[in-house]
Design a protein around this ligand. Structure first.
Ligand SMILES: CC(=O)N[C@H](C=O)[C@@H](O)[C@H](O)[C@H](O)COP(=O)(O)O
Length: 227
């Protein structure tokens, strides 16, 4: 296993993303958030968009998992080889890309995308999967680490309230590559539970770095208590 991946074993990764039109959508802000989560113990940071990846890699001394979201439905996480190369060139040590079996916008298979990326950059690859079938196919395609990122978003799995632990179980049992649990990990207890299910590492986004959503959780609870 690559030492950089090995360094994530049993560790927390934090995704630092702001969405289009949001007040925190600024690479400098995301770099500061990244520094803040590293100070709290994040072993790696996940960052979205070329400008954010560039800024974050200069701001932190932990590995950066970079991605480029283009659109918001279908295959939108680093959807083409061109996107993947750009993320690598921006300085990410790990490039995260859509690891589903859906057709990709540039017509390349995942295996062709991974091979093409490796020809152009010395970089590790994370496959954001939505099912066990995705994970097995991504493993065959030559990626380095598998994520549950797209469970509940690609149409193959229900959107569980917390992380999709059933998928974690299937991936841990069926795959040889390390499994990063990602998606809807909202509490420290859920993060710990994912590791107990055999996840290699845990990636948390919203519950740490998206204050608008976190605020709605509290505001809703307060509104309910108010009656
Ligand atoms: C489905 C999709 O587009 N997921 C994205 C992938 O980078 C992000 O929007 C998520 O915030 C990230 O995966 C972390 O998950 P959560 O924010 O639930 O902890």
């Amino acid at each position: 296993m690559d030492p950089l991946i090995e360094g994530l074993r049993g560790r927390l990764v934090v995704s630092c993303q702001a969405y289009p039109g949001e007040p925190m959508r600024d690479p400098r802000t995301m770099a500061q958030i990244a520094q803040a989560v590293v100070a709290g113990g994040a072993a790696a940071v996940r960052a979205q968009g070329i400008a954010d990846v560039r800024q974050v890699v200069t701001a932190v001394d932990v590995p950066v998992i970079g991605l480029w979201k283009d659109g918001d439905d279908g295959v939108y996480i680093t959807p083409t080889l061109e996107h993947a190369v750009a993320v690598a060139e921006a300085g990410a040590q790990i490039v995260a890309l859509d690891g589903t079996r859906r057709p990709r916008p540039d017509g390349r298979t995942l295996a062709e995308t991974v091979a093409g990326l490796r020809e152009q950059a010395d970089v590790l690859v994370m496959a954001d999967c939505g099912s066990i079938a995705d994970a097995l196919a991504a493993q065959d395609a030559g990626v380095d680490i598998l994520g549950t990122t797209l469970s509940g978003y690609s149409g193959e799995r229900p959107k569980t309230v917390g992380p999709d632990l059933e998928l974690v179980d299937e991936m841990v049992a069926g795959c040889t590559l390390p499994v990063m649990v990602e998606g809807r990990v909202h509490t420290p207890a859920q993060a710990a539970e994912a590791l107990a299910h055999g996840a290699f590492s845990v990636c948390v986004g919203t519950a740490i770095t998206h204050p608008t959503t976190i605020t709605t959780w509290f505001a809703d609870a307060v509104a309910t208590a108010r009656g």
